[in-house]
Write a protein that binds this ligand. Sequence first.
Ligand SMILES: [Zn+2]
Length: 272
Amino acid sequence: MPSIFTLISLSLLMLCSPLAGAFPKQSLVPGGIALIDLKRIDKTPNFSFKGKPVLTVLYQGTPMAIVGLPLNLNPGKHFIQGSWGKEKSLQKIFFTIVDKQYTTQRIEIKDKRKVNPYANDMDRILAEKKRKQKARLVFTPMMVNVDLLQPVEGIMTGSYGRRRIFNGQKKRPHSGMDIAADLGTPVLAPAAGKVIELGDFFFSGNIVYIDHGQGLITLFAHLSKTHVKLGQSIKKGEIIGEVGATGRVTGPHLHWSLGLNGTWVDPELFLN
Ligand SMILES: [Zn+2]
């Protein structure tokens, strides 16, 4: 089987052409992404961040690692670690992240059960949590196109990372981007991939997870309808569902999360 890098190298000419798509923006903050020039092109890079393999693509003829930075990452010096091909020596590449203050948002949810679930909701919530965690950690070695399409036309509020207080109670920070749009607005796949999880979840409502390869995972939540099946391969721009108001919401919107090396980062960094 050809290595990821061989596959990537084969597409070098395509990626270097003037038609090559947009590239994500670096943001060296918790919740952002680090773009690291790996420089060597002669061997397959195998790098990881905190034990999770990282996405590597060729950009303008250079192998680049695109590293997801967790929201709870401490500011300061960090590194990716890895080796080249079958070489045994490990290399560390350092980068520095700075702090970012995310704003706080107070949200009133009418369905109080979605903020304080009943005791008999907990089995369901825990089972769904496991499924979500598994989907977030999928890593499929394959060539990846990081030029993403905005999944829905609508109002983006820059809501990633907000610290949220639901009905007066502090909850986890917002791990995705909310795009306000009318009920039933089509939701498009931002890139080609495969459906690895879907269902009606307690907090997230109707969800779809797409694996785009090498740990690049997208999640779409609160959908009114889904148009895909588990295991289905989908093309970039294909309709995967419709905007809805299912799960813990105040109104119709798309919740879009984007994962890299097992962590949710700000999807806006992938949009032009
Ligand atoms: Zn959201």
